[in-house]
Design a protein around this ligand. Structure first.
Ligand SMILES: [Mg+2]
Length: 178
């Protein structure tokens, strides 16, 4: 038998106990998902020059006021919110810290609440950040919003959504029961 991934196990346990899998953690990518980094003029040149300002200057990609409101509701229901974002491909210890800071400033500016911020090395497996935070035996899953198809395909903790093909706030509304 093939080894089942987390999402498959959670679904199986939910089926066995006649319940539905529950979303325990909501995870967000930032660049290209919440923050329009790639629309910032010369973003790549600036990142390559160890300049973190494009992360601050990126425009939001959805209604941030509504997003913040829905996330507060989700958190009040015991759902965890995590930001899981890759740092720049261009990396050194000091710049990595600057990038983390810039990303957190951006989130704070829009009052986006979260329980955990994972600013991880470019290309790192995002599922590693939540693997131990969810209990598949109780049908718990972690969903992810991420514009990177490869990241979504490697998720396996729960549903992975392409922000270009869904309305993030609509999905959150359903989760919080609105
Ligand atoms: Mg992205």
């Amino acid at each position: 038998m093939e080894i089942m991934n987390h999402f498959e196990k959670a679904k199986m346990m939910a089926e066995l106990t006649a319940t539905t899998p529950t979303v325990k953690v909501i995870c967000f990518d930032m660049d290209g998902t919440l923050a329009d980094l790639y629309a910032v003029p010369n973003w790549l040149e600036q990142l390559r020059a160890y300049n973190a300002s494009p992360y601050i200057n990126a425009l939001p990609m959805c209604d941030m006021e509504l997003l913040a409101e829905l996330l507060h509701k989700a958190m009040a229901q015991g759902i965890e919110v995590r930001i899981i974002t890759w740092l720049s491909k261009e990396t050194n210890r000091e710049y990595d810290e600057m990038v983390r800071m810039a990303k957190r400033v951006w989130l704070d500016y829009f009052n986006i609440p979260y329980d955990h911020f994972h600013g991880i090395a470019y290309g790192t497996t995002k599922a590693n950040c939540v693997r131990n935070a969810i209990d598949w035996q109780n049908g718990e899953t972690a969903i992810l919003f991420d514009d990177n198809a490869k990241v979504r395909n490697g998720w396996h903790m729960g549903q992975a959504y392409d922000p270009a093909e869904c309305d993030i706030c609509e999905i959150l509304r359903e989760i919080v029961g609105e």
